[in-house]
Design a protein around this ligand. Structure first.
Ligand code: GAL
Length: 343
């Protein structure tokens, strides 16, 4: 027990020292997460990584997200408010403390003037997630690929030898023939990786086991939250239980999040209700889930990553990163204006 506590103290101290050293070196260094505000990288530029996910690899965190840059426009003749901004590809940032992020460049480049190419700026590249494959030594990125009015409904895959890219785009698929929009990838402790995506016109979530190289889908799949119209999936594990947080389907407008839990990924998922508590819980604090990141050194602390979309100026969308803890088997997220990882 004493040794365990010592290790824990050393881990926490090294995070604090790393953050301190960074702040000495870098005048843009931050000491706390400022929720929903403009967030800058270590060069002082606004972080451009929406619908983001984090990969931890060899002691470094890598943040990947949608690059939203340019004028927002409204796609005509749609039944909903289909606001679009040019798909700028996928950005990558690195960090040692999850708070101060260094820009590593464009990990996956978008194309201009190739309207039929998945990565053309006129299309949709959303919710990129990267995992590392120990067997092949490759970094694999999955993302939602769509046409500007969201009828293409596919998942794209890209590969790289390095976490910061450049990633080479392979292709896009409808997994086992199914529509695929909002998505995430969850890599389990046994290195099996699962693709969670909104399918069947966003009505039902599919979970599909990826092949061992993580580049395609197996036939092993499960339909969950059937006809419940959920999207923005974020998956994490705590004490052998799997948790999935999703949003409702209201386009760029925020709504109440909801959690389900399961003992087995391909098993039964049970409702746990809204993980958010307090003022703003009904709108997920004006945001929409994108990822849940476990904090190192502590088995019951996570960061909930969400997007605060600005539908008429999408490039000015902000980030809501909040602490998440599990109380009596239920994830709890509460609003905090400013906080740090020692919550
Ligand atoms: C949201 C979805 C976003 C984006 C948006 C378009 O519901 O989660 O990733 O696709 O719809 O309106």
């Amino acid at each position: 027990m004493a040794i365990k506590n010592m290790i824990k103290t050393i881990r926490v101290s090294s995070i604090i020292i790393a953050a301190f050293l960074l702040s000495c070196k870098n005048s843009n260094a931050q000491v706390a997460f400022t929720t929903g505000d403009i967030w800058k990288d270590t060069d002082g530029n606004v972080i451009n990584a929406h619908g983001a996910g984090i990969l931890q690899h060899e002691g470094t965190y890598y943040l990947y997200g949608e690059i939203k840059k340019g004028t927002t426009w409204l796609v005509s003749n749609q039944a909903w408010e289909c606001y679009r901004v040019p798909a700028g590809g996928v950005s990558c940032y690195s960090s040692n403390d999850l708070l101060n992020w260094k820009y590593e460049g464009v990990a996956l480049t978008a194309k201009t003037g190739y309207a039929n190419h998945d990565l053309d700026t006129s299309n949709v590249i959303e919710r990129p997630k990267v995992i590392y494959n120990k067997k092949t030594g490759k970094f694999v990125m999955w993302m939602h690929i769509d046409s500007k009015e969201y009828s293409y409904a596919r998942s794209g895959v890209a590969i790289s030898d390095k976490p910061i890219g450049p990633f080479t785009y392979i292709n896009s698929v409808r997994p086992n023939g199914s529509m695929a929009r909002d998505m995430t990838i969850y890599k389990d402790e046994d290195d099996k990786a699962y693709h969670f995506f909104s399918s069947e016109d966003n009505k039902t979530i599919h979970i599909t086991l990826l092949t061992d190289d993580y580049l395609s889908h197996t036939n092993s799949e499960k339909r969950i939250l059937i006809d419940q119209s959920r999207e923005a999936p974020a998956v994490f594990k705590h004490k052998k239980k799997y948790y999935l947080i999703t949003s409702a389907c209201t386009g760029w407008l925020p709504n109440a999040a909801s959690t389900v839990v399961a003992d087995n990924i391909m098993g039964e998922w049970k409702q746990l209700g809204n993980p958010c508590m307090g003022d703003g819980a009904d709108s997920t604090f004006q945001s929409q889930s994108s990822f849940v990141m476990p904090l190192p050194g502590n088995k019951n602390k996570f960061i909930f990553l969400a997007d605060k979309w600005n539908k008429t100026d999408l490039q000015d969308s902000r980030y809501v990163w909040l602490p998440l803890i599990i109380k009596k088997g239920k994830p709890i997220i509460q609003w905090k204006n400013k906080w740090n990882v020692d919550f």
